[in-house]
Design a protein around this ligand. Sequence first.
Ligand code: NAD
Length: 250
Amino acid sequence: MQGEFDGLAAVVTGGASGIGLATALHLAARGARVACLDLRPDGLPEPLHGIAADVSDDGTVRAGIEAAAEHLGGLDILVNNAGIGAIGTVETNADDEWHRVLDVNVVGLVRVSRAALPHLRRSAHPAIVNTCSIAAHAGLPNRALYSASKGAVQALTAAMAADHVREGIRVCCVNPGTVDTPWVRRLLAQAADPDAELAALKARQPTGRLVSAEEVAAAIAYLASPLAGATTGTVLAVDGGMHGLRVRPP
Ligand code: NAD
């Protein structure tokens, strides 16, 4: 059976866990050759190829993208997914925390994109998909720094789409809501009553449940696929209706 990504090569940053891992597996199952750039790329399932890289370190990013392009025989799809969280307000996050999170979530995306663009220019179906968040627009309490970082990712998506549209390179992003990943499970584990916290989290979703990593992966894959050839600069919400439903179900 033919896969929609047959013949295409993809790099997924943060591809060793959660949304990144689900995306890498989704693309590979549909024919793509996939490399995962991650801080800890060990133990990835077949046929994913792991490459150690830190998106906050330009040297490892450049080396990682070159290694991926050589191993995969080119590069058609870049998924900028690596990211870290931060809890706090403008009063509670110190400057070094701002620098660290923006360095990973924003400048990290820039570094990886800069290294990948020369390879993407040689592709017949080049695409970049960024993992953003509803935090970019939702006004989440106690998430000032994280929200600022994802606001920048959404703005960068539009700016990059404009800069590269005449080269045929498409740039889109997904805005996930609350996704059931190791990240969210780690946060829940810190709560006084993790079960009650999970129930409250689900109750806040219009759908009454968390988004799955596979649902986000499917959205990223669509935006990355040649089927989305007329779609660029687009934000696709995968948030259980958090953004689209102005009126919540009772
Ligand atoms: P996760 O913690 O399960 O996975 C993140 C992966 O990124 C890990 O494998 C980690 O090693 C890697 N990583 C972290 N810093 C890195 C760095 N400096 N260089 C390279 N790799 C690095 O998290 P997740 O929930 O799958 O989140 C993935 C992305 O989705 C993030 O950008 C996050 O902001 C975004 N997001 C998550 C949610 C959610 O509810 N889980 C919601 C909206 C957006």
